[in-house]
Design a protein around this ligand. Structure first.
Ligand SMILES: Nc1ncnc2c1ncn2[C@@H]1O[C@H](COP(=O)(O)OP(=O)(O)OP(=O)(O)O)[C@@H](O)[C@H]1O
Length: 261
């Protein structure tokens, strides 16, 4: 059984079919990339998995369980974490505080036990701290742990955003354009982080990305979408060389952000 199964999913916005009978599966332990021109439906697929949108047709299963039976706030508890294209961190809080917020799905205590700071609450607090410190070490964020987000460079914020998602110890990490706005060197670092997230943390990664250098460097498989439909599925090289994909980019309103290697 695949970790994530998108099964014949359709979503319309008025007359626009944003996602049109799309099916694909993500296997445990792989890095899977969604690519395609602007408006192809990539973000909509992410928002369907996050339960922000409700499909009009089809099913989405995580570890065999239909996500459509769960409300959006259950998604993190089930083991799916995501980052956002426009970084969503608390600007007036520190890196450490932002990562601790990411741990909320593990909080089992109630208001009274929190108030009394019972031994189980204390123990829980220690576990949250330990998990967050592990992410800080893993992503090399020690120098920034007590810094406010508002004062951090964009590239560091992107890494913190990834850390916030990793702090919940997900099985599946959804990365929405992890390289957007980053320099070539910073994108290289993101490629290393993604490799480590897969190999050292054992987390499965599904990402939307325009930068084909990054996609080629880290992805086990790539799915190209255009006009809400699946165009091509294979290795990065197979997909980039698929005439249907080349046609979609040339015929579309944009081209890949950087030349394909
Ligand atoms: N909330 C919305 N309301 C109406 N139409 C929408 C909405 N969100 C997306 N769409 C439309 O659905 C289609 C797919 O959009 P989507 O944002 O998923 O594409 P994308 O592949 O993520 O594009 P990009 O690379 O520019 O982020 C587009 O035609 C878009 O205009």
């Amino acid at each position: 059984m695949s970790l994530l199964e998108i099964d014949n999913v359709t979503l319309r916005f008025g007359g626009v079919v944003a996602v049109n009978q799309v099916s694909f599966s993500v296997e445990e332990g792989e890095v899977f990339a969604l690519v395609g021109p602007n408006g192809a439906g990539k973000s909509t697929v992410f928002n369907l998995i996050s339960r922000i949108y409700e499909p009009v047709e089809g099913d989405i299963r995580f570890d065999g369980d239909s996500l459509l039976r769960h409300p959006p706030h259950d998604i993190a508890k089930l083991g799916i974490a995501r980052t956002f294209q426009n970084i969503e961190l608390f600007e007036q809080a520190t890196v450490l505080q932002n990562l601790l917020v990411g741990r909320h799905r593990h909080r089992k205590s109630n208001f009274i036990s929190e108030l009394l700071f019972t031994p189980s609450v204390r123990e829980g607090e220690r576990r949250h701290r330990a998990a967050v410190e592990k992410v800080i070490d893993f992503l090399d964020l020690q120098a920034y742990r007590d810094k406010y987000i508002a004062g951090l460079p964009y590239g560091v914020r992107k890494v913190v955003e990834m850390g916030r998602a990793l702090a919940i110890e997900p099985r599946l990490l959804l990365l929405d354009e992890p390289a957007s706005g980053l320099s070539v060197e910073e994108t290289q670092d993101v490629a290393f982080w993604i490799e480590d997230i897969k190999k050292q943390m054992g987390v499965t990664v599904l990402m939307v990305e325009h930068d084909m250098h990054l996609v080629s460097a880290v992805s086990d498989r790539v799915l190209a979408l255009a006009d809400g439909k699946v165009l091509s599925l294979g290795t990065a090289q197979e997909v980039q060389n698929d005439p249907k994909v080349i046609e979609a980019y040339i015929g579309g309103s944009d081209e890949p952000e950087r030349e394909v290697a």
